[in-house]
Design a protein around this ligand. Sequence first.
Ligand code: IVH
Length: 617
Amino acid sequence: MHAGETAVSRDPLASAQQRASSSGPTERIRHLREEIARHDTLYFVKAAPEISDAHYDELKRELSRLEQTHPEAVRSAAPLREIGDDRSPGFTRYQHAEPMLSLAKSYTEAELRAFVARVRKRFEKPEPRFIIEPKFDGVAISVTYEQGKLIRAVTRGDGRVGDDVTANVLAIRNLPHRLRAISARGAINPLPDLIELRGEILISNAEFQRINREQEATGEPPYAHPRNLAAGTLKQHDAHAIAARGLEVVFHGWGAVVPAQALPGTHSEFHELVRAWGLPAVQGVKRMGYADVWTAIKAVGENRAGLEFPIDGAVVKLNTVAQQRELGASDSAPHWAMAYKFAPERVETTLRGITFQVGRTGVLTPVAEFMPVRLAGSTITRASLYNGDEIMRQDLRIGDTVILEKAGEIIPAIVGVDLTRRTATSAPFVFPAACPKCGAQIGTAEGGGYQLRCPNRECAAQVQRRLEHFASKGAMNIPGLGPATIETLVTKGWVKEIPDLYRLERGQLMTLGRSVSPSTDRLLASIEASKRADLWRVIHGLGIPRVGPSSAEALARHFGTLCALANALPDSLEKERSTLKALIGEASTDAMIAHLSAPKNRAMIEQLVSLGVDPAH
Ligand code: IVH
């Protein structure tokens, strides 16, 4: 049978549902509510969801079905908050002037058509007009402008009170801090006294892929989903990380507006006004009568692969603002809009094995290896499993038939196991006891559980990853020193730490024969030239935890020379803690002081200085 046809009946949830239904609806309702609340916390607060959106939506739908069919059971189970809560510790809270609502969601043509029909019935003449927008898969944000000046940015929170993330949002490159009162063509755009603009913070597909290529180049695990990366980045206490990661924003609506007349009469004109103010507005908004709504929604789905930003559906909105007001809203969502969520494409394949990649810091990332299979436009052979907990949570076994889905249409992920096809001889996965590269006994990484780590700093894989990072384009940019050459140098035992690169000798390299000799002089010349690289590149290349390129730039300005950094003793760094915090944020400061307090790390910088590394500054 074809994989796609069986996805529903073989859904891993189906067996969970069967298991649970025997324990009675009250129990199941309670269980679902707890699960949904747990997944809300993982998604909104920790920005690290454990299940796909489709799986989550399925849990919510099962709950809503049970609540409708068993009203008696609803009363005895604890209630569920309608909107998740994205608030995190360490942020000042701020109350929205108008609450931030969610959207009602539909999953079938019939549900969507029922919404359109309801609206039509209410406004028979003149016929209501609708607009269709993409449903951006990002982090909801409310940005307040007063007299045209950006004064505050707040996350959705519980819908009423959110986290004030103004400092971070100000670092978003495509977000003007002032609204443009006069457009390029000389037209005047009236500025309201106050407007809460509602939108989405996003990472473009291209930027997401760039960041993951960088992660991969340095042996770090890839990020699973652009939305999670955007959420995690937004909640860092480090505005530099935001600028480095290229977050963007797009506005699709509004909350409070003073005076109310500052708003145009239709939603589509609102988008034009947003654009005239110089803000990033929704592109390609379509306006239409009821008859074309479904076709337009399908078209958004068909074109989604070519879009700049990740989307997970389309939104249909009633276009006339006065009609929107007439329909009003429930506690959680407006009655004038409806989201249609696209079903992600799924395929089945066989899990052939699980291998482990060793990162620069020794973290072991499990990678699932599959029988090659086509999914959403590409052939998939492997998928990161992020950490060992994922293997245990899904009880993945070699030989299993697994269901794959692409998160945000980009990264393939295992969303379930087809248990009906598990063989009698299958056995739970056995984690390696030793590092696959150096054989060292494996320890547990920060975070516990099945997050494994090779403790041997001299492990060839770790050394290789550290050197790859140092030589990479984003750091020292040493042409000719790619992964293959580094592997040779490490395997020969000539390079064990970064300073060894500057100890390489021509005679030594010439013994490698044909594979390296033609480029030996060029390689030596580019290593020599790297001694004059910009200081921030050296600092970034050292691989100090939590110190990315923009923090490295700030540190380079602060210390001025590599020598000054080498001489920065732990005591003096402690004294400078508050200055450093202002420069690179608290988390990066802590990580940097801890790193530079370790004698081995300081010795490495001293060696670089004595080997003649004297960066430009
Ligand atoms: S309208 C009061 N339009 O999806 C109306 N929301 O799942 C609510 N979203 O809370 C917002 N793209 O954060 C609207 N084109 C779009 C959207 C959009 C993404 C988000 C928004 C909303 C969530 C609901």
